[in-house]
Ligand binder design. Structure first.
Ligand code: ATP
Ligand code: MG
Length: 453
């Protein structure tokens, strides 16, 4: 253990010890070292009160009323938290009041799982640092088991985030949740609905970034937690569809997520791509489920307070995942598809569709994906006109040179010109487009190009 503690952590501990305080590395640091995994961040716990910690470190900042001081070392932040116990949990969320207890025992007892309640350090400057394991976290690490510290049901009622953390830890570590803890999760699952979207989203993000997200997603569904996050997704369980025989829609979703590359947008879109199916199934079909699905996906992602750009990207993927390529698509149809999807979303959309194919028991590139992909690459290389702003004429040309009345008529003509240029890119020069526009302006009822793919 000692050899694996980074110098910065040892430095901070030594400063605290030298000043006469007990100090330990706790939580994920010791856990991940013992598992031989890279540690994301190191958290420290100490008997020193926050003011004392701040005084000991030159660039320390007292972060919050829960007793956490941030200490910077080599550009990284280490959180040093005064030993505390938590009180007055309200609404199944974070404690309202914390008490600085001066005792490591109380501090470890407030922690969520035994594997997160291991501490490495010393109780006084005279002591040799050692591993403290009051809740048999080592036994559970060996058994690869997630077990609540104390009475599981009470711990989940205090803070329902622990329910989702248990499932996230099981997923990222590849651990099992031991039976009494799992049973308590089932009993308390509805409390997850009280959590803020941000806190759920962070755990969901980490589940989706695991090697096999389906482990966690299945646990969420089987315990009833999924229903507290998204009733629509929970509604996929036991909804049958004609893909892999004997498998329901939820199993298809899980296969799709596992097959998706490990990028948040694509994994999230894989999770949500068929979220509209339960609603359309109620009407006896899945027709245009991607349109209902895009709306439901947006609702969910907004509830989870994902960054706007992420939400938009995922919704866009859900909305367009049902394209059906046919060999008879002309180049214009390929360009129209490209203009609709936008080049910067093409990679993710194809990744999603490949995962969807795998999740449907098909070849990854089924439905002509490889051919379409190549045709799109060729179109992109040719620098196609993908929106009206790339036309060789603009609205003021139409107004100034053709006398078109400013207003909707301008947009109508530009739209028709755009359709023509998508069909035949060689038309995109000003004299030709002005000639076409002149005709369009004179014969306002001319219909647009061929139907969309
Ligand atoms: P990682 O950083 O890899 O996610 P971690 O265990 O370090 O894992 P943090 O969120 O950094 O997770 O929390 C640090 C420690 O604080 C945890 O190991 C655990 O001991 C404790 N902890 C965090 N959240 C809770 C909670 N909701 N209830 C009880 N203890 C918690
Ligand atoms: Mg941590």
């Amino acid at each position: 253990m000692a050899g694996a503690v980074p110098d910065a952590v040892r430095d901070i501990l030594t400063t605290l010890w030298s000043a006469g305080h007990a100090a330990f590395a706790v939580g994920g640091g010791p856990r991940d070292v013992l598992l031989g995994r890279p540690t994301v961040d190191w958290d420290l716990a100490t008997s020193a009160l926050p003011d004392r910690t701040v005084a000991l470190f030159a660039d320390a900042v007292y972060e919050n009323r829960f007793g956490t001081v941030a200490v910077r070392r080599q550009g990284r932040e280490y959180e040093v938290t005064t030993f505390r116990s938590d009180h007055d949990y309200a609404d199944f969320r974070r404690p309202h009041r914390v008490e600085f207890t001066g005792s490591l025992e109380a501090d470890l007892a407030r922690r969520d799982f035994t594997i997160n309640a291991l501490a490495w350090g010393a109780a006084s400057p005279a002591e040799e640092p050692r591993l403290i394991d009051l809740h048999d976290g080592l036994g559970d690490l060996r058994a690869r088991s997630i077990r609540a510290v104390g009475e599981p049901r009470q711990r989940f009622e205090e803070d329902a985030l622990r329910i989702v953390r248990a499932i996230r830890l099981a997923t990222t570590l590849g651990f099992e949740i031991e039976p009494p803890t799992l049973e308590a999760i089932r009993m308390t699952a509805p409390l997850v609905a009280h959590l803020s979207g941000e806190r759920i989203a962070e755990e969901l993000r980490r589940i989706l970034a695991a090697d096999a997200p389906s482990l966690g997603l299945r646990l969420l569904a089987d315990t009833g937690v999924l229903g507290a996050i998204s009733p629509e997704l929970a509604g996929q369980v036991s909804l049958s569809q004609n893909k892999i025989p004997g498998e329901d829609l939820w199993q298809h979703t899980l296969r799709t997520v596992d097959a998706a590359p490990n990028r948040l947008e694509v994994r999230m879109a894989a999770l949500l791509h068929d979220i509209g199916k339960p609603a359309t199934a109620a009407e006896g079909h899945f027709y245009r489920h991607e349109i209902a699905g895009a709306d439901l996906a947006r609702d969910l992602l907004e509830r989870l307070h994902l960054p706007r750009a992420t939400t938009d990207a995922v919704v866009h993927l859900v909305r367009h995942h049902m394209f059906r390529y046919e060999d008879n698509w002309g180049d214009g149809a390929v360009r129209r598809f490209l203009a609709k999807v936008r080049p910067d979303a093409i990679d993710d959309l194809f990744a999603l569709r490949q995962a969807d194919n795998v999740g449907s028991g098909l070849e990854r590139d089924a439905d002509g994906l490889a051919v379409l992909r190549e045709r799109i690459a060729a179109e992109i290389a040719a620098g196609p006109v993908l929106d009206r702003s790339a036309l060789a004429v603009d609205g003021s040309d139409l107004i100034d040179e053709l006398g078109v009345t400013p207003g909707p008529e301008v947009g109508r003509i530009l739209g028709l010109l755009f359709d023509r240029v998508v069909d035949d890119p060689s038309l995109n020069d000003k004299p030709r487009l002005m000639a076409i526009a002149r005709e369009l302006a004179e014969r306002p009822r001319v219909a647009g190009g061929p139907p969309n793919p």
